[in-house]
Design a protein around this ligand. Structure first.
Ligand code: SAM
Length: 252
């Protein structure tokens, strides 16, 4: 038997992968990140499955549940929000399992930055605008390496998706303004894909006020960059005068 680290997706229970949902349905033990994972995602579990909410557990307690379960031949689903590889704290769990010789597998999920783009119907990588997406967070109670300061990353003026930072929106905006212009568009999406999702669109100049008025203090994506604007070049991929592996140009 194995431990399966499963990305639960951003909230909408239909946004988990088929593979992830199948493992949850088969699991004998489910440990889920209750502060963010939509409980509907684990609704289709076996009647007798044991359920633990990791929000109130320490790393040692989580590992203990896994280890005892595996010894008894149980299938374990460790359910994380979005995709577990992004701010999921799964590496420390995987390393301990490795040391203990416990088998595990990772099933990816739809991260919240992707759900946020879907909610506002935008494309992160517009030709002639940005071909780079920076996923990051501002330091708060936990630090971020100095080389990845907001000021350093903002210099690229690429598409940026900021996790875990909405409660510090004014400070964040001030730091983004060291490189982005004040009229740069910015979107804040709280609980993307949930029924009570909130969307606030603005510019670096006015977003902090709007976020305060909307009372958004947590569980939000902050998306910044000119990809939110309306100027871009058409893609070469679908250009009738551009040949590629699967299609000849019309003018050749
Ligand atoms: C600990 S991180 C986990 C990220 C997660 N692994 C992912 O891939 O989305 C939690 C942060 O993710 C973002 N987040 C998670 N779910 C969200 C959602 N449905 N809508 C907007 N932001 C979300 C928020 O910035 C939140 O503070």
């Amino acid at each position: 038997m194995k431990v399966y680290f499963i990305g639960a997706g951003p909230g909408d229970p239909e946004l988990i992968t088929l593979k992830g949902a199948k493992k949850i349905a088969e699991a004998d033990i489910i440990i889920y990140a209750g502060s963010l994972v939509n409980k509907e995602v684990i609704e289709k579990r076996k009647k007798e499955a044991e359920v633990y909410n990791s929000a109130s557990m320490t790393l040692d307690e989580v590992i203990e549940v896994m280890e005892k379960g595996i010894k008894k031949g149980k299938l374990i689903a460790r359910v994380h929000t979005g995709d577990p590889s992004i701010y999921g704290a799964i590496r420390e769990q995987m390393d301990i399992l490795e040391e203990k010789g416990i088998e595990y597998e990772v099933i990816p999920g739809v991260s919240s930055f992707l759900a946020a783009a879907a909610s506002i119907k935008k494309e992160f990588t517009l030709p002639g605008v940005s071909q780079t997406i920076i996923l990051t967070r501002m330091e708060g109670r936990t630090p971020v390496p100095e080389k990845e300061s907001i000021e350093a990353l903002a210099k690229h003026r690429a598409t940026m998706c900021l996790f875990l930072s909405v409660h510090m929106i004014q400070k964040l905006v001030d730091r983004l303004l060291t490189s982005y212009s004040p009229d740069t568009p910015i979107a804040v999406i709280q609980k993307a894909s949930w029924k009570d999702e909130k969307i606030v669109m603005g510019t670096l100049e006015n977003i902090a006020d709007k976020v305060e008025k909307a009372e958004i203090k947590k569980t939000a994506q902050i998306l910044v960059g000119d990809f939110l604007g309306d100027k871009y070049e058409l893609s070469k991929l679908y250009d009738k005068n551009f040949s590629h592996e699967y299609r000849k140009a019309k003018n050749e």
